[in-house]
Design a protein around this ligand. Sequence first.
Ligand SMILES: O=P(O)(O)OC[C@H]1O[C@H](O)[C@H](O)[C@@H](O)[C@@H]1O
Length: 351
Amino acid sequence: MIPASLRALLDATDGQRRAEWAGREVWLAREAWGELVVSLQGAQVLHYLPAPEDARAEGSLSNAPEDAQAAGASPSPEDATAEGSLSNAPLSNASEDTRTRSPDQSEEALVAGGWLWVTPTPQALPGAIRGGIPLCWPWFADENTADESPDRSGPMHGPARKADWRLDAVDEHEEGVELHLSPLERLHSQLVPRAVIQANAKRLHVELVTEHVGETPVKITGALHSYLAVDDARACRIEGLAGARYLDKLADFAEREQQGELGVRGGLDRIYHTNAELTLDDGSQRLRVARQGSDSAVVWNPGDDRPADTSAAAGRRFLCIESANTRLDPVWLVPGAQHLLGTTLSLANDA
Ligand SMILES: O=P(O)(O)OC[C@H]1O[C@H](O)[C@H](O)[C@@H](O)[C@@H]1O
């Protein structure tokens, strides 16, 4: 679920290319296996949509947008421009439900299709884009809880998500693509991160590798802060958490145990202590969320306590399930060591 202006850029893409969206450089792919958009600010995946199986069998790129259209995307490339001029225009075939407007009516349409949600009101630079999969590094949390920031003063979720990253390589991978990215500037005196993004017709895989190039042990936390697109965050079910202990951030980090599976009915902000694979069921799709190097699964939707940049309608269309290292499972890295934090999204009914 992405803003119409980003959908328009994709519709005008045949193969792979770079373009500008919301003042950021983005890398786009629209190929026989599906679609991928990555922002070079933050090495942040913004969009992933695998092509349907029948389209792949025919090996035809033209099926991808048709399928997106069926899911509520823009009617045709002719209705879009590469410069995103649709920004304030409602789409003729987007249902009322997918349109969101802020009180000043300046919020652009959100277009259904794709497994990730991106805000229709992106912050201006140097802010971070809310949506997709932001990389929180080298700490997770805010000024009160970011134990790993030098003076416990943030910035919230670390500097990586706002930094400029370089696209080092685009390789082919299992009939899809594999991207390698690294920050343009040094973000930590002893640690060096890199990101690997793999996408094909079956799955999206993101990993954040931290290498210790310094001389003294360092403690890190972090998160792959996935904003998963859902029909309604007040009617979702997450399977795989029954019996897990969690910290309830909305109750001053009180420790609790999950009774049965989690039915999401509104705002929540929890850190589950588990490495289990989870399944998100929003009633129309079952998405499998696997995690690597993570014993913390953060589940967040703001409910009524929304960030200032998020309207009520837009806020209902995502649920974050984050592959994280938090205060429950911080990682001590010694000189020469590496840590890999990963997440893999796939359909639960796919092999
Ligand atoms: O608004 P942001 O800095 O992107 O943070 C968004 C959210 O991230 C995580 O999920 C935290 O658990 C939340 O407490 C926080 O509100």
